[in-house]
Design a binder for this molecule. Structure first.
Ligand code: NAP
Length: 303
């Protein structure tokens, strides 16, 4: 017999934890299942300064507060990787380690996973020259030269953080415009330690004595190659939704979950919230919004 819950929330990021607060405050039995780090992407973000009411907070601190808050009203939080959600009516959520739980409704709040650098030897040097987490690994590059690839909010916000540690930060973008918000673009342009190279893409790693010593980049107009000397490379080239374990009928062509206004999907009993759904604006505040709506829809449905 599987343990039974009213709601199982898959993912303990801002969307899942907010859903847990709302559902457990309505006296529902809630289980949250997280495959990696509580707080999700937030825990790897240096600073949040666009969450209303909190002018500035470290991502890790907000992640910790949300994780505690998410469990405050009785929701249970466990680690595990969900591999299947099955069943009509009552749902069964199966985990990679063989455990399974039953519930009346599921909220998928699994977020996104960073895209990795597609270059020869990139996997080999991940963790020793290539990093996807400035907050975790920035310290190792103190007073060294760093390259950041990408021009979105993640790339530019982490560039500002890394510039406070590194000797120099070079941002390489493939177009001549940034995807990030104007405010952060202005801050980056005003930072004397940051150089911006436009219209270039990564071509290969420069490796000497089994260490990264530079990144070769290619001009997208002329194909000319130049080398940026560096000890560390931080790719922030976007992310893909963590939705592989779901029925493809509820996903769009990029793998994002198609959720209705009430966060339900076309499969009864499966709801979705946060960065893993198809939407325009991926922010902590919009993830929390989705989580609250998903929980409220389930509360109304179960009543
Ligand atoms: P993103 O906004 O999708 O930006 C990805 C960047 O990488 C773009 O500059 C893109 O270039 C570039 N890129 C993609 N593939 C590439 C490749 N193969 N080679 C070189 N460059 C490549 O991703 P993100 O910055 O991770 O942000 C994800 C979402 O989270 C966004 O919705 C973002 O707004 C949100 N977010 C918000 C905040 C905040 O509000 N504080 C912080 C972090 C993230 P192109 O522009 O040419 O496509």
């Amino acid at each position: 017999m599987n343990e039974k819950y009213d709601v199982i929330i898959i993912g303990a990021g801002p969307a899942g934890l907010t859903a847990a607060i709302y559902a457990s405050r309505a006296n529902l039995e809630v289980l949250i299942i997280e495959a990696a780090v509580n707080g999700g992407k937030l825990s790897k973000t240096y600073e949040i300064e666009n969450y209303p009411g909190i002018e500035s907070i470290s991502g890790l601190e907000l992640a910790n507060q949300l994780t505690a808050h998410g469990q405050k009203f009785g929701a249970k939080l466990i680690s595990g990787e969900v591999t299947h959600v099955t069943g009509e009516g009552l749902k069964t959520v199966a985990l990679a380690d063989g455990r399974a739980f039953d519930c009346k409704a599921v909220i998928v709040a699994t977020g996104t996973r960073e895209r990795t650098l597609d270059l020869p030897h990139a996997d080999e040097f991940t963790g020793r020259g290539i990093s996807y987490c400035a907050v975790c690994d920035g310290f190792f590059y103190r007073n060294k030269e760093i390259v950041i690839i990408g021009g979105g909010n993640s790339a530019l916000e982490e560039a500002l953080y890394l510039a406070s540690l590194a000797a120099k930060v070079t941002i390489v973008i493939r177009r001549d415009v940034f995807r990030a918000d104007a405010l952060v673009v202005d801050k980056v342009k005003a930072n004397e330690k940051i150089e911006i190279i436009t219209k270039h893409v990564p071509a290969s790693l420069q490796i000497e004595d089994d260490r990264i010593t530079g990144l070769n980049i290619r001009n997208v107009d002329t194909d000319e190659i130049q080398t940026i000397p560096c000890k560390g490379i931080f790719p922030y080239i976007g992310a893909d939704p963590c939705t592989e374990f779901l029925d493809p009928s509820i996903l769009d062509e990029k793998g994002y979950i198609i959720a209705k206004e009430d966060m339900s999907t076309s499969i009864e009993g499966i709801y979705a919230a946060g960065d893993c759904i198809r939407k325009d604006l991926r922010q902590v505040v919009t993830a929390c919004n989705d989580g609250a709506i998903a929980a409220n829809s389930i509360i109304k449905h179960l009543k």
